[in-house]
Design a protein around this ligand. Structure first.
Ligand SMILES: [Zn+2]
Length: 398
């Protein structure tokens, strides 16, 4: 074999997913997949090039063919002749991952939810849930839920925190239902926010509909839990349960927004058939602006429908960031200017063990996000490494 031990499986729209030895996933088009299959079948390049020429009706020499395979597949630990260790860097947006439940424990905990995520039941379930939640939101307006005097904060925390784990178990249950091997549930930092995650990278191997179910399963599990809390409120009248119901729904709304790499992002990515959604959308937006502001560049004559959606999506994303930065500059200018000094001061207090909660303001978090956005922009501007590769298909769900 000219390639290493790989698994290649067809997804949708004649695209293929290749799982490499180090557990990464690459998306291949039909032609590349055929190339890999030929390399799997044959033991030397002479035989492979003959089969290749026959299949694609070409007349490549062995040397050209070898070059072509190298160009297409090197750097990903696919080719047998490639030395080990020269691996391209993974795109990483999760930091400091700490496993929490091993795959087998996570699988066992998710067992009770598994039956919900067969395609036949799922779409019925989610329609009913959406209807029920809409009815609750209309019948019990938010003013009732947020009368804080009626709320027991300790009970509220005890009710809301478990929803994070229930959410992850939804993802695991749905990947089990799809017959896909999953990884662990763990704790990590997304950008700077602590999150729980579940490793469901292997769902690239299943069709689109299944992937969408896996991505929505977290929110669905949470909705079920929230409705249970509402029922208890309905029969006992304890207002804290209604508050918990509202908070969990707000959380779900945030998780389903498509601008951060959370569940909504992946659903959008699957619907538009665009892995690497955000990098690709940003590149399209850059192309459009490039063409508008400099006449040397020109745009393709026609954008596909998906491209148009991606441009709208990319522009909305850019607008969000710019509005945030503009708002921060206008309203928190002083804090932004003094932030380095504030940080130093906090650091000194910490060393002298004088740091208390009163020293920390929620404002610092927003200023920190401002600096982080500026830093990220500078980083991309200096390195200009916006190359979109199909190797960055890592996928975890929060
Ligand atoms: Zn999730």
């Amino acid at each position: 074999m000219l390639v290493k031990d790989l698994s290649l499986s067809e997804t949708d729209n004649s695209r293929w997913v290749l799982k490499t030895m180090d557990g990464r996933h690459m998306l291949l088009n039909q032609a590349s997949a055929t190339l890999v299959q030929l390399l799997q079948k044959h033991h030397d390049y002479e035989a492979a090039v003959q089969a290749f020429n026959l299949h694609f009706n070409t007349d490549l020499s062995t040397e050209t063919f070898r070059q072509l395979t190298k160009e297409k597949l090197s750097g990903f630990q696919i080719l047998t002749e490639e030395e080990n260790g020269k691996v391209q860097k993974k795109g990483k947006y999760l930091h400091l991952q700490v496993p929490f439940f091993s795959p087998s424990v996570a699988g066992a905990l998710s067992a009770p939810f598994r039956f919900l995520y067969s395609p036949r039941l799922f779409f019925v379930l989610i329609s009913i849930l959406a209807g029920v939640v809409a009815w609750i939101l209309i019948s019990y307006p938010s003013q009732q839920a947020f009368e804080w005097t009626n709320v027991n904060l300790l009970l509220l925390a005890c009710l809301v925190y478990p929803s994070v784990l229930i959410h992850e178990l939804g993802h695991i249950a749905a990947s089990r239902a799809a017959g896909v091997e999953h990884g662990e549930v763990g704790f990590a930092f997304y950008l700077i926010f602590p999150v729980l995650y579940s490793d469901v990278t292997n769902i690239w191997q299943v069709p689109k509909k299944r992937r969408i179910i896996v991505n929505l399963a977290g929110a669905t599990n949470e909705l079920l839990y929230a409705v249970c809390l509402f029922l208890i409120f309905y029969f006992t009248g304890n207002k804290t349960l209604l508050t918990a119901f509202y908070l969990i729904n707000l959380k779900i709304l945030f998780e389903l927004n498509p601008f951060v790499r959370m569940d909504g992002y992946w659903v959008f990515s699957d619907i538009t058939n665009t892995p690497n959604l955000l990098p690709k959308a940003n590149k399209l937006v850059k192309d459009v602006f490039g063409a508008v502001f400099s006449r040397s560049k020109h745009l393709p004559a026609a954008f596909s429908r998906t491209d148009k959606w991606l441009i709208i999506y990319g522009m909305a994303n850019t607008a969000f960031i710019l509005i945030y930065m503009g708002f921060m500059l206008v309203s928190h200018f002083d804090s932004i200017i003094h932030f380095p000094a504030i940080l130093l001061d906090l650091f000194m207090k910490m060393i002298r063990m004088e740091l208390s909660f009163n020293n920390l303001k929620s404002e610092y978090l927003f200023v920190f996000i401002f600096y982080w956005l500026v830093g990220r922009m500078l980083y991309h501007f200096i390195l200009k490494n916006s190359r979109v590769t199909s190797a960055k298909l890592g996928r975890v769900a929060y």
